[in-house]
Design a protein around this ligand. Sequence first.
Ligand SMILES: [Zn+2]
Length: 99
Amino acid sequence: MVIDAVSKNMPCYRCLYQSASEGALNCSDTGIAAPVVGAIGALQALETLKLIVGIGESLAGYLLTFDARYMDWRKLKLPQNPDCEACADFRGGFTDAGG
Ligand SMILES: [Zn+2]
C-alpha cells in the first residue's frame, strides 16, 4: 500500500484496517520468509523514488498483495473510506490541510 499524502482523496492505512487489531496477523506471530521482506522493501523504495521524481504511475490508491507461496501478485483498488477518522482532516491532501 502506498500512501500519497500530497494527492487528494487518497486512502490511508486506517481506511483499510479501521482498528489496530483488525486483520492483525503480524510477522512476529506468524513468521515471514526473509526474501519476501527484501522483495517488498525494494518495491516500497521504488514507489518512493517514483513519487519523489514524479515518474510513472504510483500505486497510491491501490493495495498490492503478494503470496510468495504461489508467486501471486494482486493489485486491488482501495477507495478512501468516507467514515475513516484517521484521514478525515486531510481529505483534500496534506498541503490543503487547515485551509
Ligand atoms: Zn483513512
